[in-house]
Design a binder for this molecule. Structure first.
Ligand SMILES: Nc1ncnc2c1ncn2[C@@H]1O[C@H](COP(=O)(O)OP(=O)(O)OP(=O)(O)O)[C@@H](O)[C@H]1O
Ligand SMILES: [Mg+2]
Length: 277
């Protein structure tokens, strides 16, 4: 069965920042906290009957994430990916399973699908995203927590035991078809690896949860996690401070991580990110 619930659900209060800069290459608009009603996919309603569904995020490929409240049971989050969107929730569920006990991430409750899409249900973690209005109002603390949280993630995860890669070489094979030849030629000149770590794969501010004391409490959105140069994450994490907070915070993130800015690797991994699917 497919289709959307006719009754759209109200978004949570507006105010949190956008996740991405306005997209190039004809990609859909930015991912963001929804500011109006969002249609509830039938699979979400069917999988979580009786729960109040609050839309908390709409991504660039039309996927939606819901907070599913139930006074009697544990809080859940439900991430829905439309069929054909390229969002791989199987990959995310596998990585969440591998990460459990190694670093704080949501526990997987269910992974289901129908003709219209797939749905990953996880236990709600305490804390708020680093782009929650609470943290956007305290950007120094938020950016510091994201940098320190990324360092903690990299330090915690064993490269040798990680089954996935996010190397530049592998990502070069997935560069979008519309990317110009001169950009491809630049990307073919990959800098030497500075330090191999298990990269988050989308280490932007919205994917970092912060506890009430302003420290990083968990990471979400780990579908691309894999072994790569730490600058692949650092380039995107520092860039996301500009998208989400504004100019002037990139070096604070790097300082909180504990590294000096490497301008060449930052530029390379941002270009690779921009050329990706
Ligand atoms: N289990 C959870 N507990 C608490 N918050 C969660 C949980 N799962 C998701 N979230 C919140 O929902 C938001 C959206 O989830 P997620 O980042 O996985 O979606 P996405 O569409 O892949 O995001 P992106 O636009 O970055 O690709 C997260 O930024 C986080 O704030
Ligand atoms: Mg996300």
């Amino acid at each position: 069965m497919s289709g959307d619930d006719a009754s759209a659900s109200r978004a949570s209060p507006a105010g949190a920042g956008d996740a991405r800069p306005p997209a190039a290459s004809g990609r859909p608009p930015v991912a963001a906290v929804p500011r109006g009603p969002v249609a509830v996919p039938a699979l979400v309603r069917r999988t979580l009957p009786g729960r109040e569904l609050v839309p908390v995020w709409v991504n660039q490929v039309g996927g939606t994430t819901w907070r599913a409240e139930d006074a009697a049971g544990p809080g859940l989050h439900a991430k829905w990916a439309p069929a054909g969107s390229g969002l791989d929730l199987d990959a995310e569920a596998e990585r969440l399973g591998w990460l459990a006990g190694r670093t704080p991430v949501p526990a997987v409750e269910a992974l289901v699908r129908d003709d219209a899409g797939a749905l990953l249900v996880t236990r709600t973690l305490p804390g708020r995203s680093a782009v929650d209005p609470r943290w956007l109002a305290d950007p120094v603390r938020a950016v510091t927590a994201v940098g320190a949280g990324l360092r903690a993630l990299h330090d915690a995860l064993p490269v040798d035991a990680c089954p996935w890669t996010w190397s530049a070489q592998d990502r070069l094979a997935r560069v979008r078809p519309d990317v110009d030849d001169d950009v491809r030629a630049e990307l073919a000149r990959t800098p030497d690896v500075d330090r191999l770590v298990v990269c988050h794969g989308d280490a932007c501010m919205p994917n970092t949860l912060l506890a009430e004391d302003g420290t990083c409490s968990a990471h979400v959105d780990v579908g691309a996690l894999g072994v790569g140069d730490r600058w692949a994450d650092l380039a995107v994490a520092s860039w996301s401070t500009a998208w989400n907070v504004g100019p002037g915070y990139e070096d604070l993130l790097l300082e909180a991580y504990g590294v000096e800015r490497d301008a060449v690797r930052v530029a390379y991994y941002r270009a690779l990110w921009d050329a990706g699917p």
